[in-house]
Design a protein around this ligand. Structure first.
Ligand SMILES: [Zn+2]
Length: 208
């Protein structure tokens, strides 16, 4: 398990406020890789949920361009047997956090990304309408990296600042809003550790 003390110093400079995020929907530190797989949120939708996912393409392999290609409908489905099983599927997420902690953004946070599918949180269905979806490059079994926890905590802190209806009890896993159908981010995601790093990030902003 990573040592959170190592990160408390790095987390002390959130670096930006939520203003530009509310205006543009773009995370300043993320590489912009626009996906066509999105739409407007329904009228009156209140951004109030954050969903954590995982993805790796091919499964268990990290670092290639395939996730971006998949979310942008450019994946060569003949390149790997697994890719044939996901041919024709059009999906996206707002953000991807790579193993080194770098961020890629596919859809403006103001828009509706296609990450949750059939889903329900606290009695409210169609979570894509009111949520932000963040993918971690990873699998259900392989531990995520300290850099990913730090990056996820930093961007979550920024998102919670911009959309305060995303309270800490409204941060959930794909497995929790689509039980029986989805298993990510999986047992490899250490929720207690993530919440600890997030608390540090949030208290850093309050003390600035
Ligand atoms: Zn997922």
């Amino acid at each position: 398990m990573p040592d959170s003390d190592v990160f408390s110093e790095r987390l002390s400079t959130p670096g930006t406020d939520g203003t530009s995020l509310l205006k543009t929907g773009r995370v300043p530190s993320a590489h912009w890789c626009p996906s066509p797989n999105f739409g407007p949120r329904p009228d009156g939708a209140n951004i109030s949920l954050l969903v954590v996912h995982n993805i790796s393409l091919p499964p268990g392999q990290f670092g290639g361009p395939e996730i971006e290609e998949f979310f942008c409908n450019r994946l060569d489905h003949s390149a790997h047997p697994y890719f044939q099983t996901i041919a024709g599927i059009q999906v996206s997420a707002h953000l991807l956090i790579r193993r080194d902690g770098s961020l890629v953004q596919f859809v403006s946070l103001l828009d509706r990304a296609w990450h949750a599918g059939r889903s329900c949180f606290a009695g409210q269905e169609e979570c894509n309408d009111f949520s932000i979806g963040i993918e971690l490059e990873g699998t259900d079994e392989i531990p995520y990296t300290p850099e990913q926890y730090r990056a996820l905590a930093e961007v979550t802190e920024l998102i919670m600042f911009a959309w305060p209806d995303i309270t800490s009890d409204r941060i959930t896993g794909h497995c929790d809003i689509a039980p029986g159908r989805k298993s990510d981010p999986g047992p490899s995601f250490d929720w207690a550790y993530f919440r600890e790093v997030l608390r540090t990030a949030r208290s850093s902003r309050r003390s600035v």
